[in-house]
Design a protein around this ligand. Structure first.
Ligand code: CUA
Length: 332
């Protein structure tokens, strides 16, 4: 049968989802936790395939073998068949055991704390961005988590407001962040590269704009990143546009919400720490590229890009916005 013209767009639309890339696939695990969960999924998937094949095979067999035929007469009636009844009671029970045992094992394995000496990262969910604190390293950042490959990581998570859920599918698992509680997730990333993630619990107007990135790096790259993040913010050159931006920042509304280490006035904690904002790839809950143009639009009218944003629109003169952008971009 040739697809009708009306069916064709529907088919194209349906298969369009198969094109990739798949930054948030759950089927390409990149940590021990991810591999554990993926193995469980694979086991249960093949059990389901076997059950499906047997059930559908029997169904088709019966439909064809015992179909009504001309002159076939009335089917005979039968009451009870002990062997069959025992069989179809035991088989599902056995299948459930085969599924339940590995599932329980995985639940316990994925709930276990990281081994001693793991890298601790505190994750704090905010409407609508992520705060990442490395208490042992003295680093605070937002939306982009850096981790060394091959080292166990312990995330300790909580929320500053409503319930959020940390979900970086490549690393495995998904765990809620609740105010007043600490939830934990532990894993060891096994390959260098970027892992995309997002909030997985509806948390208000911009829930869909609460994304995150995890950068898994070699030991030396991670050490470099940490060393740079620990320093105070860059001081702009005298007389530069960035210096004017710093002055506007330190004497304007920005300091009410943002911290910049090295700028004594900037100690706000409502919004992300901006000490090294220029070194980040993304802005606004990892939803926008960190470019001059997007930064300008973000400062001028954040709520238009992220509905409900706590950061208000700032109708500043063009030259002031340009100076602020130059300053923030200089914070590498
Ligand atoms: Cu935070 Cu959804």
């Amino acid at each position: 049968m040739r697809p009708t013209p009306r069916l064709l767009p529907a088919i194209l639309l349906a298969v369009a989802g198969c094109g990739g890339p798949f930054p948030q696939t759950t089927l390409a695990p990149r940590s021990d936790l991810g591999v554990t969960v993926d193995n469980l999924f694979t086991d249960i998937f093949w059990w389901a395939v076997v059950v499906f094949a047997i059930v559908e095979g029997l169904l088709l067999f019966v439909i064809i073998r015992y179909r009504a035929r001309p002159g076939g007469g009335q089917p005979s009636r039968l009451h009870g068949h002990t062997a069959l009844e025992i069989g179809w009671t035991l088989a599902p029970a056995l299948i459930l055991v085969f599924i339940a045992v590995p599932t329980m094992r995985t639940i316990f394995a994925t709930a276990a704390p990281a081994p001693a000496g793991a890298l601790k990262v505190e994750v704090i969910g905010h409407q609508w961005w992520w705060e990442f604190r490395y208490p042992e390293l003295g680093v605070v950042t937002a939306n982009e988590m850096h981790l060394p490959r091959g080292k166990p990581v312990q995330l300790e998570m909580t929320s500053a407001d409503v319930i959020h859920s940390f979900w970086a599918p490549g690393l495995g698992g998904k765990r809620d962040l609740t105010a007043g509680r600490i939830t934990r997730i532990a894993f060891t990333p096994d390959s260098i590269g970027e892992v995309a993630g997002q909030c997985a619990e509806f948390c208000g107007a911009s829930h869909a704009n609460m994304r995150l990135r995890v950068f898994v790096q070699s030991d030396s790259d991670f050490a470099l990143w940490v060393a740079r993040q620990k320093t105070d913010a860059a001081v702009p050159p005298k007389g530069s546009l960035a210096e004017r931006g710093q002055d506007l920042f330190a004497h304007g509304a920005c300091i009410a919400c943002h911290t910049i280490a090295g700028v004594p006035q900037a100690r706000g904690i409502v919004g992300p720490n901006l000490t090294h904002v220029g070194s980040r790839m993304m802005l606004a809950g990892a939803t926008l590229p960190n470019t001059e143009e997007w930064l300008r639009r973000w400062i001028t009218n954040a709520p238009s890009l992220k509905p409900g944003s706590l950061m208000p629109a700032m109708p500043l003169p063009e030259d002031q916005v340009a100076a602020l952008v130059a300053y923030l971009q200089s914070l590498q």
